[in-house]
Design a protein around this ligand. Structure first.
Ligand code: ZN
Length: 317
């Protein structure tokens, strides 16, 4: 395989209450809702996509919102933490903001020379803000609740908790083209070969004595890496099948096309195409303002709208 993976496309996690989810990610973290749709496999529930102004691949955090969902628990075979990049000048701003809004957050000891703020969302999803000197170019959203200079700049990294990390490391290096650049204790840092762009880092945490995690509310469901186009995705599919992975056929997710497989440590991986993107069915000014359904669900729109709980988007103060 001569292609390389450029970085993350999106991270998908599970939430319980949809309004609480919107209040946290738009109201507190200042992300934009770039798509308001339903879970295509469960159309009575929301699927929210948050990101920068356009939903640039590498900035997108999505949630399946399942009201009343039980909480999962952290452990091996899942993503331990999802980190967004911030400017090194924004640490004080964020610590103050969390304090003002009564969200427990702590600045942990520096990791590979970068500062880390840890906190959880209302469902217990572990998140981090990590300072980065090489901030990716993302499109900040003018109506964000957070000033542009302090805004989240797409993903910094994800940390994957694994019982043993070698086979996952092999997939990242031998296939995806990532390099092991740093290690400290049980943390091994891999970086995509791309020169720039958000979400280029995956940290593998070797945790042989930990119990298996349980994916439910407050956990990451899967992570997606980005492919430039359909052709590149098909090459990835062929390559992974040759390696013995059980890979799904290409699935149409409207805003991108997806293939899924389980990596050796048990985490669900996806490879998603960058096109067509979130402006496919609404102009950039209106992203997220209305419920969008794929063409094959439009006939059922009124029934779907009756089942979905009402929501309101938090506005800039
Ligand atoms: Zn996905």
């Amino acid at each position: 395989m001569d292609k390389k993976i450029a970085g993350l496309h999106h991270v998908t996690a599970i939430a319980s209450d949809p309004q609480r989810n919107l209040d946290f990610y738009i109201g507190l973290l200042g992300l934009r809702l770039v798509k308001r749709t339903v879970n295509f496999d469960d159309p009575g529930t929301y699927h929210f996509y948050f990101g920068d102004a356009r939903g640039t691949p590498g900035t997108i955090l999505t949630f399946f919102s399942w009201p009343g969902a039980r909480r999962g628990h952290r452990g091996v075979g899942q993503i331990e933490a999802t980190a967004f990049a911030i400017s090194p000048d924004s640490v004080g701003y964020w610590l103050d903001r969390f304090k003002e809004q009564h969200v427990t957050a702590e600045k942990t000891s520096a990791r590979f020379g970068e500062e880390v703020i840890r906190f959880t969302d209302p469902d217990g999803l572990l998140l981090e803000l990590v300072t980065s000197d090489s901030i990716a170019q993302v499109e900040s959203w003018a109506d964000s609740t957070v000033p542009a200079e302090h805004s989240l700049r797409g993903f910094h990294s994800v940390s994957a908790a694994l019982e043993g990390y070698e086979r996952t490391a092999q997939l990242l290096t031998a296939s995806f083209g990532y390099r092991l650049v740093k290690e400290s204790g049980n943390r091994f840092r891999f970086v995509a070969p791309s020169e720039s762009g958000p979400g280029r880092i995956v940290d593998l945490l070797c945790m042989p004595d930990s119990r298996a995690g349980h994916v439910a509310a407050g956990s990451v469901h899967h992570i997606a890496f980005r492919a430039k186009d359909d052709n590149e995705q098909l090459q990835w599919r062929e390559h992974l099948v040759e390696l013995g992975y059980d890979v799904t056929p290409v699935i149409d997710r409207t805003y991108f096309h997806s293939i899924y497989f389980r990596e050796p440590g048990g985490i669900l991986f996806e490879i998603a195409t960058e096109p067509p993107g979130f402006t496919l069915d609404e102009p950039i000014e209106q992203l997220g303002s209305k419920l969008r359904l794929p063409p094959w669900m439009e006939a059922a729109r009124s029934q779907i709208e009756q089942v979905l709980p009402p929501i309101t988007l938090p506005a800039k103060q």
